[in-house]
Design a protein around this ligand. Structure first.
Ligand SMILES: Cc1ncc(COP(=O)(O)O)c(C=O)c1O
Length: 458
């Protein structure tokens, strides 16, 4: 199936009227929606289509999630077949699609894990916090380990606990005070080192900061450290290669669990099945979502290493079992779609393709460094960032209007690009996370659109 760009004025008019009268949208200001709306009516490959006939190359794979690309009709057929057989039953019982999916994920992780199914990345991290706390209650009842250490400027989700674990003040401000027991350390951002140090002579002050925090809090109170290997929301910040192995060592030294957020990073996004695999670490808790089903169905999971899982074993009266439930976890239709999604990734070797096309796109983006407002180009696989500055020497970030101008300018040229959340310590970064099936010609279009819009700002 390919796209036709015939406008659907009737669909557009009905959707806009019903939407404006009834829908509360996330993040966007409704006054702006009254003036301009995007009504999506179709998509194929890496291209989405608006009801007015406009086609856009989606350099963000939706919200960093449509890894296998749009328009895979086969997945609709898988969902329909599964729903005809058994659409739903709670996951206190077993079902074949969820069991198959768990086995696929465990295999991709290298074995030694069990998988708890939820519905979103936020829930996957939230379940991870609870599993970490309950692990210690079960395993070492005399200890009171309940603290989670996260990093400033990280994003781990939208629920109150995941917001608290994240480190983005502007997302939290209207909801404070936050839940307790979430602490923060400095982010590993070498382009803008929070300690003002240079990579090479810094002795990984960012890791030392984690150890110092564990020591200061008292190791016997700290349950886990949560990290997103490549910090997408901060502006696709890639840590030095030694960072994650050193963080793992600190966790092991103090008996603290390592919780890795692979919600964006996972399922091929960075050129391997999971980003932590670039660094040879073996996390205790891993949150996965988005690419698990390429967003064809809402499904996510908290993956738990067997050393943690074993602490949940016992007789029913021991109350060691995982004390939580969610209605839709392990949903057979969602799981069946995710199973086929992962098979497609394997058949089409999309993890390798992400590495290869990511390098191609990175090479193209590096040519943008000739512009005086491009300070840094970085990334791994098809997760890439282009940081914009007023001045390369001082690294002063461009202002909000300038980066938004680049995003809007690309859109006028038919290309969707993302952007980091804000200036502050993160800088202003154009984010790219296209479907893993993106072609070379499409990568060239992204680079060309950025080239033209960035030329306009100097
Ligand atoms: C790193 C990270 N963790 C967690 C989440 C939360 O996932 P969800 O929006 O599915 O709840 C996101 C969402 O973008 C994310 O980027």
């Amino acid at each position: 199936m390919s796209l036709t760009n015939t406008p659907d004025p009737e669909i557009r008019a009905r959707a806009v009227k019903q939407d404006l009268d009834n829908v509360l949208h996330p993040l966007v200001q409704h006054r702006a929606l009254e003036k301009s709306q995007t009504v999506i009516t179709g998509a194929h490959g890496s291209t989405i289509r608006d009801a007015d006939g406009t086609e856009l190359l989606d350099g963000m794979a939706g919200l960093w999630c449509v890894n296998i690309g749009y328009g895979r009709v086969e997945l609709a057929q898988v969902a329909a077949a599964q729903m005809e057989q058994i659409a739903y039953y709670p996951h206190t019982a077993m079902n074949l699609p969820a069991a198959t999916l768990a086995e696929q994920i465990n295999t991709l992780m290298g074995g030694g894990y069990h998988v708890y199914f939820v519905n979103s990345g936020s829930e996957a991290n939230e379940a991870g916090f609870k599993i970490a706390r309950q692990f210690y209650r079960n395993d070492r009842p005399t200890e009171r380990r309940s603290k989670t250490i996260g990093r400033y400027f990280a994003y781990h989700g939208t629920t109150l606990a995941t917001l608290a674990a994240g480190g983005q003040g502007d997302r939290k401000a209207k909801f404070e005070p936050m839940a307790g027991e979430f602490l923060h350390v400095a982010q590993p951002n070498c382009y803008r080192c929070p300690f003002g140090l240079e990579y090479g002579s810094c002795k990984l002050a960012c890791v030392k900061n984690i150890e110092n925090t564990i020591q200061g809090e008292g190791p016997e109170t700290v349950a886990e450290v949560i990290v997103e290997p490549i910090m997408s929301g901060l502006g696709v910040v890639v840590p030095p290669d030694e960072y994650l192995p050193e963080v793992e060592k600190v966790c092991r030294r103090y008996g603290v669990l390592l919780h890795v957020d692979e919600v964006i990073n996972g399922f091929g996004r960075t050129g391997k099945a999971f980003a932590h695999q670039h660094y040879g670490v073996k996390p205790d808790i891993i949150a996965v979502a988005k690419g698990i089903s390429s967003a064809y169905m809402p499904i996510a999971a908290t993956v738990v290493r067997n050393n943690v899982f074993d602490a949940f074993l016992g007789e029913a009266q021991d109350m060691r079992h995982i004390i939580q439930v969610n209605t839709y976890g392990g949903h057979p239709a969602a799981a069946a779609v995710a199973v086929r999604n992962i098979e497609i990734m394997e058949e089409e070797k999309l993890f390798d393709r992400s590495a290869e096309m990511g390098q191609y796109l990175m090479d193209g983006l590096k040519t943008l460094l000739r512009h005086k407002s491009v300070g840094d180009v970085r990334g791994k696989g098809l997760l890439l960032g282009v940081e914009l500055v007023k001045d390369k020497a001082t690294k002063e970030p461009v202002d909000n209007a300038t980066i938004q101008g680049v995003v809007d300018g690309c859109r006028k040229l038919g290309v969707i690009v993302g952007r980091s959340n804000g200036g502050r310590a993160g800088g202003m970064t154009i984010a790219l996370s296209p479907p893993l099936i993106i072609t070379r010609a499409e990568c060239d279009r992204i680079v060309d659109a950025l080239d033209r819009t960035i030329s306009a700002i100097g």
